[in-house]
Design a protein around this ligand. Structure first.
Ligand code: UFG
Length: 341
């Protein structure tokens, strides 16, 4: 019998790509999502790609009763991958209570459900934001955690702590995955990043500018201490990222963990500047992007990229896709959106 995995936030950007990889590996998938920042049509797109329709449960995970019902209906879960969360850094500064309430109460409700039904094997979406601006680059999993720069970042730090304490008290297994900057879309161009409202992240803003949805892209800061003066990030293809979740899950299912709670950086190990991403986009699409240099965006860190040695050696996972493929797949997805909406 196939193992059943709960994917919270499974209609979202990283969640949907992970559901595809799970179905490709013959897991049964239950998606729980409140559709606050995604569409139910993503379930059909997943079916188109994989030939399998995952179970979809519209669930408000901040509601303890709804979450309990979800676990009662699906008490035979072999594992949980928890993506569901609010994720806009700027919005979190304006609405901190929404972020603390949403991201932490849903996590607690899910852990309560897992405890009650004796379900272990938990993968958590964390973020490189926990490192702030590291003193030493590339950043390792053992690098110091810095005070969070936003309520969003703080929910990731507190989330990691909640899971660690819970695991220690209950012999619960978890893997915390610290994402760097996920970009790109599935090669089918049937799923991708689909922000409701204005996006905040660089690549959706590039593709929306190129397709004419917005007049121009602002480059936030050209006076950073980097070779071309713009910020550096470790951009990772969302499909590479999705695959890491299945590897992490199987590490727990096969009892190969070295500790009850493990932490892995998920990046490529390469840093690219904002201008390098724009240049890669222009080179691969042949489109001249309309952009202007503007002042720094408050709260941006100057540069960060991952040391991926631990994920490479211990998880046996390595990001494979190039920046060229990342920006091209993001562009194909933007073009698909134009045709279908
Ligand atoms: N940028 C621009 N113009 C834009 C948007 C972004 O120049 O219109 C620049 C930013 O200044 C930054 C880079 O592009 O230098 C990447 O910005 P993103 O907003 O795409 O990504 P961030 O690195 O700021 O944020 C990401 C995730 C967050 C996470 C954070 C951790 O989106 O969820 O990494 O560092 F918290």
């Amino acid at each position: 019998m196939n193992k059943k995995i709960l994917v919270t936030g499974g209609t979202g950007y990283i969640g949907s790509h992970t559901v595809v990889e799970l179905l490709n590996k013959n897991y049964d998938v239950v998606i729980a999502d409140n559709l606050s920042n995604s569409y139910q049509s993503v379930v059909d797109a997943i079916e188109k790609i994989t030939g399998v329709k995952p179970v979809f449960e519209k669930t408000e995970l901040t509601d303890q009763e709804q979450t309990q019902k979800l676990f009662e209906k699906h008490s035979d879960l072999a594992g949980i991958i928890h993506f569901a969360a609010l994720k806009a850094v700027g919005e979190s500064v304006e609405k901190p209570l929404d972020y603390y309430h949403n991201n932490l109460s849903s996590l607690i409700n899910i852990l309560r459900g897992a405890l009650k039904h004796n379900i272990s094997n938990f993968v958590f979406s964390s973020s490189c934001t926990v490192y702030g601006q590291p003193d030493v680059l590339p950043v390792k999993e053992t690098s110091p955690i810095q005070p969070a720069l936003s309520p969003y970042g703080n929910t990731k730090q507190i989330g990691e702590e909640i899971i660690t304490d819970f695991a220690a008290a209950n012999h619960f297994k978890a893997i915390l995955l610290r994402y760097f900057n996920p970009i790109g879309a599935h090669p089918s161009a049937l799923i991708g990043e689909l922000p409701l409202g204005a996006p905040n992240n660089l690549v959706p803003l590039i593709t929306q500018t190129a397709i004419g949805k917005r007049p121009l892209l602002k480059v936030f800061g050209t006076d950073y201490n980097t070779p071309d003066g713009t910020c550096i990030r470790d951009y990772i293809h969302v499909v590479d990222l999705a695959k890491a979740h299945i590897i992490a899950l199987e590490r727990m299912l096969e009892n190969r963990q070295k500790m009850n709670v493990e932490v892995f950086n998920l990046g490529t190990g390469n840093g690219f500047s904002v201008l390098e991403v724009i240049n890669a986009f222009e080179k691969n699409t042949g489109i001249k992007l309309n952009y202007v240099n503007t002042s720094r965006r408050p709260g941006d860190i100057e540069k960060i990229w991952a040391d991926t040695t631990y994920a490479n050696t211990e998880l046996g996972w390595k990001a494979e896709e190039s920046l060229d493929e990342m920006v091209l797949s993001a562009w194909r997805w933007e073009c698909h959106l134009k045709e279908s909406f």
